[in-house]
Ligand binder design. Structure first.
Ligand SMILES: Nc1ncnc2c1ncn2[C@@H]1O[C@H](COP(=O)(O)OP(=O)(O)OP(=O)(O)O)[C@@H](O)[C@H]1O
Ligand SMILES: [Mg+2]
Length: 480
């Protein structure tokens, strides 16, 4: 009877021959060297035959051996050339091979290197942990039985380390080491690979683990982006609430100033006052009245600003949620603008033929009216500034949101006027950005519109514009 240790070593050696033959077959097949493929296949078959004999001589001795049969199955050259569909995405991944046997390390490194992975090696558990502390990897291939620190101890240390706990580990083990493998899987190993290596199984398990890690990393990245966006939105909300709060506080004393000023103007304008002051001080009286008028103009302007500051905190405005017919609501808003439109010679058309499903919207018609009025006022003021007027096309459609798979409405407001300078396009939604300060613009209109769309309507807004061709604002929001 062959000594089990000798048998184990013979099988190991044979499997290295099989493994190298398979790797060379793969390389030869990639370069269409058919003759070399055939010769190497003969070597591989012969080694597989000897291995089968060796195993046959011991059949029934070790129950766990049954699980090793797949390692000796002949593998045809074509199936070995199979590269998983996602191979490109995990190419270049960094793999740490930890094995005390130099032949195993060399064999694995070569096999994996030929698939485009970047390989580093460690010859024992302590060295592996030292490398992991300094470098980052995507996967570890970890031999279970090693002198000094075995694979299971390394795995336990990794899982106890917060920064390394999610790193996937594939255990490498002989079939007789099933108990340790089970312990490793319980500790959180991703998978295991039986020794001797079956190259197809090796690539399949490594590919699957790396792909899983790639998707997990992607998910973590998206999650952290969503958290950053949420934090930015929270800051924005806090800021707008503060602005609205201050505006509210200023509004009351400003109202008192306005009233007091009206009293002063009224009283000083009375003929009796002018008569009692006499011609001597008539000029001074005129100066006072002029100054009061100037103050009145600026107080009114400040009042308008304050009103806009208040509107910026959308959630502090009181609007009712209602179920309405969307085309009718849009038509109502356009009608509200009728007088101004006539004066500005705007020719407004409304096309709702793109609504194919139910036209009902569960939302805030008050906000939608304000959004439309802001667009139309901007068109009047900026798109057709010389008073010559022009066309405005409003369209409403319905459809599906691709990401969330929910029904949405899309509202577009297009003009054919001056357009927006490309350098301004990224700024127009910023509070206080305006090119019309001299024309009474505060630069808050579109900032308020954006807040209403994103916060109250839970939608998105975008703009398309080309100088001298026109501008189109598009708002998409859920039907309910
Ligand atoms: N339809 C448009 N055509 C050309 N420019 C536009 C149009 N709509 C907006 N703009 C540009 O975007 C800027 C910002 O618009 P926004 O409504 O925020 O502020 P505003 O109209 O200047 O001031 P406010 O609305 O607060 O009175 C405008 O100053 C203008 O330069
Ligand atoms: Mg505006």
């Amino acid at each position: 009877m062959i000594d089990p240790k000798l048998r184990h070593e013979l099988l190991n050696a044979l499997n290295r021959i099989i493994g190298y033959a398979e790797m060379l077959i793969e390389e030869a097949a990639a370069e269409s060297r058919q003759k070399q493929c055939d010769d190497l296949a003969v070597i591989r078959c012969a080694a597989q035959g000897v291995a089968q004999h060796l195993k046959g001589a011991f059949s029934g001795r070790l129950a766990a051996d049954a699980g090793c049969e797949e390692d000796f199955l002949p593998i045809c050259a074509t199936s070995r050339n199979h590269v998983p569909a996602d191979a490109g995405k995990t190419e270049g991944s960094r793999i740490l091979v930890v094995d005390d046997d130099p032949d195993n390390r060399a064999h694995l490194s070569r096999l994996l290197h030929s698939r485009g992975y970047r390989i580093a090696t460690a010859d024992n558990g302590a060295n592996a942990l030292a490398r992991l502390a300094d470098e980052s990897f995507d996967l570890i291939l970890l031999d279970v039985i090693m002198p000094e620190m075995d694979g299971i101890t390394v795995l336990a240390r990794l899982k106890a380390d917060k920064t390394l706990a999610t790193l996937p580990v594939i255990l490498i083990s002989a079939c007789t080491e099933m108990n340790q493998v089970i312990r490793g899987i319980e500790l959180g190993a991703e998978d295991y690979l039986p020794k001797p290596f079956n190259s197809t199984l090796l690539h399949a398990r490594i590919g699957a683990s790396l792909e899983k890690k790639r998707l997990r990393d992607q998910e973590m990245h998206l999650l952290s982006q969503a958290m950053l966006a949420e934090a930015a939105l929270d800051r924005h909300r806090a800021l707008t609430q503060a602005v609205a709060g201050i505006a509210h506080e200023i509004n009351t004393p400003l109202g008192i100033v306005r009233t007091a000023l009206s009293v002063i103007q009224n009283r000083l304008s009375q003929p009796a006052i002018a008569a009692s002051i006499g011609t001597e001080h008539a000029e001074s009286l005129e100066d006072i009245l002029e100054a009061a008028a100037l103050m009145g103009k600026h107080v009114d302007h400040t009042h308008r600003l304050i009103e806009n500051f208040k509107k910026i905190a959308v959630d502090q405005m009181v609007e009712q949620q209602e179920t309405v017919n969307l085309p009718e609501t849009v038509q109502d808003a356009v009608d509200l603008f009728k007088l101004s439109a006539r004066e500005a010679k705007l020719e407004i058309s409304l096309d709702v033929s793109g609504i194919r499903q139910a036209p009902e919207w569960r939302g805030y018609p008050g906000y939608l009216r304000q959004i439309l009025l802001n667009f139309l006022q901007n068109i009047e003021r900026y798109a057709y500034p010389d008073g010559g007027g022009g066309r405005v096309e409003i369209t409403v459609k319905d459809g599906m949101d691709e990401e969330r798979r929910t029904p949405v409405f899309t509202l577009s407001v297009r003009d054919f006027g001056t357009g927006i300078d490309s350098g301004h396009l990224t700024k127009i939604f910023d509070p206080f950005f305006t090119t019309g300060r001299g024309r009474g613009g505060t630069g808050l209109g579109l900032a308020i519109v954006k807040n209403m769309v994103t916060m109250a309507l839970r939608g998105k807004i975008s703009v398309d514009s080309e100088p001298h061709k026109g501008t189109c604002f598009t708002v998409t929001f859920p039907k309910q």
